[in-house]
Design a protein around this ligand. Structure first.
Ligand code: KG4
Ligand code: ZN
Length: 353
């Protein structure tokens, strides 16, 4: 199938065309990250206003880049939620109008199912993504969620654990703000951490004695706040000279918590064949390499995969088009049923049991 994907759940305006759920023919994203770097976060009304302006030029660029005409499309897939309501409405209203004008079936996609589909995306037809073997353990970690999934197919599975407070990406963003580093915090902490020592400062491992597979990041953020306060009060150490080491140790602590939960899940589920890392936080190189070392050491037969390009980790429309394809494959005509655009969409609705 040839599917046009549209994604506008947060501050980005994105459109992509994907063939057979894997081959990306075009992937266009207009991001407002630079505008919101100054405000330290997204201003919802501002984001939606900008998306109204960007939507049609982004769609035009997407069709031109893929070199296709709308009549060759098989369907349109759009993020129906969760996210910022005004932003979501820009995408879903556009998709509804196009589906009517072009007489194409419309697929409403849960944003999280989009992230879960992102590891199959490739923009090089000579390098097809190898087939995956289910069951797959997927960590989906972004600015809005941190979830651990046990998946038996592309669209079926169960949620093993979730965050009890902040999301992992949010912990990067709030940590960066405390450290005086720019938004979004993930890339800026990763950059500062490049020349730091991950063991310079010790942060506690969250939920260490908790038998669940849940996550918690608020304690790490509080530890960081106290550490910075103590350094400021200290006459001996200059805080500025320590930023790279603090950023590096904080990144290490966040990643150690994510990896701890993944290893516990693998221990409990020996039937797992692959581990997938998705969402904005999966762009983190330190997380990728430390998790790979841990898996190689303890579970050498398990394959670790993450999206083939950084743009497929963070919000994009190719993952929405891929999810649309997998929904049609696994649920047939039911996929085309009408849907509501909604800001809060339960996680259970991302994946069927
Ligand atoms: O998936 P995404 O683009 O949007 C949401 O659905 O939230 O994820 C954005 C989040 C932000 O919190 C950002 O700080 C984080 O992903 N992120 C990273 C990195 N790049 C983006 N976190 C850690 N390391 C990175 N390299
Ligand atoms: Zn996302």
């Amino acid at each position: 199938m040839l599917i046009l994907g549209i994604e506008t759940s947060c501050d980005e305006t994105a459109a992509a065309i994907v063939k057979d759920g894997t081959q990306v023919l075009s992937c266009v994203i207009s991001s407002q990250r630079d505008r919101f770097a100054q405000s330290g976060g997204v201003i919802p009304e501002d984001a939606a206003r900008q998306q109204v302006l960007c939507m049609l030029p982004v769609l035009h660029a997407c069709l031109t880049e893929a070199n296709i005409t709308p009549n060759t499309l098989d369907a349109i897939a759009v993020t129906k939620g969760p996210g910022l309501l005004g932003s979501l409405l820009v995408g879903t209203t556009t998709a509804r109008v196009l589906a009517t004008l072009w007489k194409k079936p419309l697929i409403g996609v849960h944003h999280t199912l989009g992230h879960l589909s992102s590891t199959w995306l490739s923009d090089d037809s000579r390098l097809p993504i190898p087939d995956s073997q289910f069951p797959i353990l997927t960590l989906s970690a972004s600015g809005g969620h941190t979830d651990l999934w046990h998946r038996t197919s592309h669209t079926k599975g169960t949620l093993l654990g979730s965050t009890r407070d902040d999301a992992a990406g949010e912990a990067f963003d709030k940590g960066a703000s405390l450290l005086g580093l720019p938004y979004p915090g993930g890339p800026s902490i990763a950059k500062a951490a490049e020349s730091g020592d991950p063991h310079a400062y010790n942060f506690p491992l969250p939920l260490h004695n908790d038998p669940s597979l849940d996550f918690s990041f608020s304690g790490l953020k509080t530890s960081l706040r106290y550490l910075l306060r103590d350094l400021d009060q200290s006459q001996i150490i200059n805080r500025k000279s320590q930023i790279v080491h603090i950023a590096c140790s904080y990144q290490h602590a966040l990643c150690a918590h994510l990896i701890d939960r993944i290893l516990r899940a693998l221990h409990r589920h020996p039937e797992i064949h692959e581990v997938h890392l998705v969402g904005g936080v999966s762009a983190n190189t330190y997380l990728r390499t430390t998790l790979q070392s841990a898996i190689t050491a303890q579970y050498p037969n398990i394959v670790l995969r993450h999206p083939s390009k950084i743009i497929y980790c963070t919000d994009n429309a190719a993952m929405i088009a891929a999810a649309g394809e997998f929904l049609v494959r696994e649920h047939g005509e039911k996929t085309y049923e009408s849907f509501e655009t909604t800001a809060s969409l339960p996680l259970a609705m991302a994946v069927a049991n």
